[in-house]
Unconditional design. Structure first.
Length: 202
């Protein structure tokens, strides 16, 4: 049984992030200094790590882009109809592959020669090349198409400075507030995220 949708209606993705300490967008010592905490005191490092992780997760979700090198595995229900391009949900630095479950239930890889990409577009696009449409997928699979790609900067140091500064501001505001389990998002951080992501400040 086959399946073809006019447009993608369902999309979900998982990520694989770098291991510690490269999983943090800003260093623990940087946040300590901003919070007026001595960098030589390491007793609270686990708390600062948790704070940074929460703040960068917030910024990445709000900006819809990653601050660290990330491998994204994105799944969609089926290929779009005909020549309609696939729209990725996050920025794409490089495309690894496109796979799908065919009508017989077997996993196949779409040859790179059969599609073209526009990765600098917002959102990134993948389009079937020439007169050949996208393959037909199995209707028994809820997420029959998988796109694997690299997202985020090539290194943490290449992340947008405004987004990194937003992480620091959120950490500082939350630390000073005293309740480290409830992120405090200052208006300046929101403005930085909006401008850096191209949406403008409110």
């Amino acid at each position: 049984m086959s399946h073809r949708s006019v447009q993608m209606r369902r999309s979900a993705f998982t990520t694989s992030t770098p291991s510690a300490p490269n999983d943090l967008a800003v260093t623990i010592d940087t946040v300590k200094e901003e919070c007026g905490f001595p960098t030589s005191d390491t007793d609270q490092d686990s708390l600062f790590r948790s704070l940074i992780t929460q703040a960068q997760n917030y910024v990445e979700e709000a900006a819809r882009e990653f601050l660290r090198p990330v491998t994204v595995t994105e799944k969609i229900d089926a290929f779009p109809e005909g020549k309609i391009p696939i729209r990725l949900s996050r920025p794409c630095r490089s495309l690894t592959n496109v796979t799908y479950v065919d009508e017989n239930g077997a996993t196949q890889t779409v040859s790179a020669s059969n599609y073209s990409t526009w990765l600098t577009h917002t959102p990134p696009l993948i389009s079937a090349k020439g007169s050949t449409p996208w393959p037909t997928t199995s209707s028994d699979e809820l997420a029959a198409v998988t796109i694997t790609y690299e997202s985020g900067p090539a290194s943490v140091s290449a992340a947008k400075p405004a987004l990194l500064q937003a992480v620091i501001l959120i950490c500082k505001e939350t630390w000073q507030k005293g309740d480290r389990n409830d992120l405090a998002i200052p208006p300046q951080a929101k403005d930085m995220i909006a401008i850096a992501s191209g949406r403008g400040a409110n």
